[in-house]
Design a protein around this ligand. Structure first.
Ligand code: ZN
Length: 139
């Protein structure tokens, strides 16, 4: 794939340097049957360094996951080689089914049918806590 030009796909731009790989994992981009490029440590006038992810497929990324990893990232939808739309990214209040609670005594560890749910408890410091045991989300 030519990483500079995508015909139909998604470009996640302005990702804080170092977060690109985390986003790749949480979005399960290894599971999609398409070319995916992560470009790390791109020099950016605005941010110093940034990461970019390009997905060469008609793919609707989970905006909550992007908002959790980096609410300042931008998502561009490319159709027929031109910018067809942008998605606004916000830090989600609730993050469902994305992270696992790290507390070994958390009820979600034994009750497998319980959904893993984290709630944003401190927007300024980007802190998410498990709604069952209040353990801080880690990734
Ligand atoms: Zn928990």
């Amino acid at each position: 794939m030519n990483i500079d030009s995508i015909q139909n796909g998604v470009v996640i731009d302005h990702i804080k340097a170092g977060q690109g790989m985390k986003l790749y994992e949480l979005l399960h981009l290894d599971d999609i049957d398409a070319s995916v490029a992560i470009i790390k440590n791109v020099t950016s006038n605005k941010m110093g360094k940034k990461d970019i992810i390009k997905i060469d497929a008609d793919f609707e990324p989970d905006l909550d996951i992007i908002g959790f990893v980096d609410p300042d990232a931008t998502v561009n939808i490319i159709k027929d080689g031109v910018l067809a739309g942008k998605r606004s990214i916000e830090m989600p209040e609730i993050l469902e089914g994305v992270l696992k609670c790290k507390n070994p005594r958390c009820i979600t560890c034994c009750e497998q049918e319980l959904k893993q749910i984290f709630k944003l408890t401190d927007r300024e410091n980007k802190v998410y806590r498990c709604i069952y045991c209040e353990t801080k989300a880690q990734y």
